[in-house]
Design a protein around this ligand. Structure first.
Ligand code: NAP
Length: 320
């Protein structure tokens, strides 16, 4: 099979398209023929070698893919060859034509969803769902600000929150991003590069503040988020690329909470619940992953530059 191989940590160019032997599933595993690969920011952190969870070399990047089951090994009863599936983790890497996956990391892909859409689910939609309901404990009728709503996690959060009956505001950094956020279901959208946008957003809550804020860039926004929360408000730190100074008093005066999350910490039982909800949302049409860019597998390096550049418009996907 053709696959991306990383032999040394470093810039995007360390990812090379290589011919590798086809992998073979062991007990409890499946072999998936990959039709689309989801590119996530965490793939770039791992590739650069700076991430705490960097694995051993050489390796094939990626956790998120969608495709068709090619083989099932002993002990797998939930899938059969020919099934359309998406993955939330692989044993051999997703940036490839074939991947071996543990059965617990494979989920059915409903007929109405394309492979490219399926590749957008594993990290972004699971993160958004966990942040909203398992970390922030959001309930229908509450207000949520998705701070960074134009990217993979943000679009997912907007669709999930809207379908659940929350009042949704989202932000993006370009006019196209703002339009996308509105189109995907936000009641209101703001440009996070325009002065005074957060005060305007809080104004929409009648000055009460947001019950929940999902934060994609906490090092830039966390201090101001705390002032934009309601009494009892919760901010979930999903993304952060540096340090930030906050006034702890802002949490005291509102009985507010800051909840961190990493999908790597999600227990199996929670993952099972999240993906059951996501599959139901895909079947019912409330969840519709937005693919912003499709590139060939050989352009993995380009995809890593793109996913770290401003101006997100949905998900970046590689097509083997
Ligand atoms: P993405 O597709 O690259 O999207 C990034 C988002 O951040 C875009 O909406 C971007 O908006 C927005 N952004 C840029 N500047 C911002 C600002 N000043 N304030 C608010 N938002 C801003 O990335 P993603 O896949 O959605 O992931 C988002 C972040 O969450 C990344 O840092 C990622 O590493 C992290 N993450 C964490 C977990 C976890 O388990 N904790 C899981 C998944 C992702 P514009 O481009 O329109 O400016």
């Amino acid at each position: 099979m053709k696959a991306i191989l990383v032999r040394e940590f470093g810039p995007p160019e360390v990812m090379r398209l290589t011919e590798l032997p086809d992998p073979s599933p062991g007990p409890g595993q499946l072999l998936v023929r990959i039709r689309a690969v989801g590119v996530n920011p965490v793939d770039t952190y791992i590739r650069s070698g700076t991430y705490a969870r960097a694995g051993s070399l050489p390796y094939t990047p990626g956790s998120d893919a969608a495709g068709v089951v090619e083989k099932v090994a002993d002990g797998v009863r939930s899938f059969a060859p020919g099934d359309r599936v998406y993955t939330s983790g692989t044993a051999t890497g997703a940036y490839a034509e074939l991947a071996v996956c543990d059965a617990s990391r494979v989920h059915p892909l409903p007929a109405g969803a394309s492979f490219a859409q399926g590749a957008a689910l594993g990290v972004p939609y699971a993160t958004a769902w966990r942040a909203l309901f398992q970390r922030a404990k959001a309930v229908p009728g509450e207000t949520v600000l998705v701070h960074g709503a134009s990217g993979g996690v943000g679009v997912a959060a907007v669709q999930i929150a809207r379908a659940a009956g929350l009042r949704v505001a989202g932000t993006a950094g370009t006019p196209e991003g703002v339009e996308l956020v509105l189109r995907e279901g936000a009641h209101h959208a703001f440009d996070h590069r325009s002065p005074g946008y957060l005060e305007k957003a809080v104004g929409l809550t009648g000055g009460r503040g947001f019950d929940v804020i999902l934060e994609m860039l906490a090092n830039v926004n966390l201090a101001r988020d705390l002032k934009a929360l309601s009494m009892g408000g919760r901010v979930v730190v999903i993304g952060s690329r540096g340090t930030v100074e906050i006034d702890p008093r802002d949490t005291m005066t509102r009985d507010a909470s800051i909840a961190g999350m990493s999908l790597f910490n999600m227990p199996d039982a929670d993952r099972f619940a999240v993906h059951a909800a996501l599959v139901a949302g895909l079947e019912g049409g409330t969840l519709r992953p937005v693919v912003g860019k499709e590139l060939p597998l050989a352009s993995a390096a380009e995809s890593h530059v793109a996913v770290m550049s401003p101006g997100a418009r949905g998900k970046i996907v590689l097509m083997p």
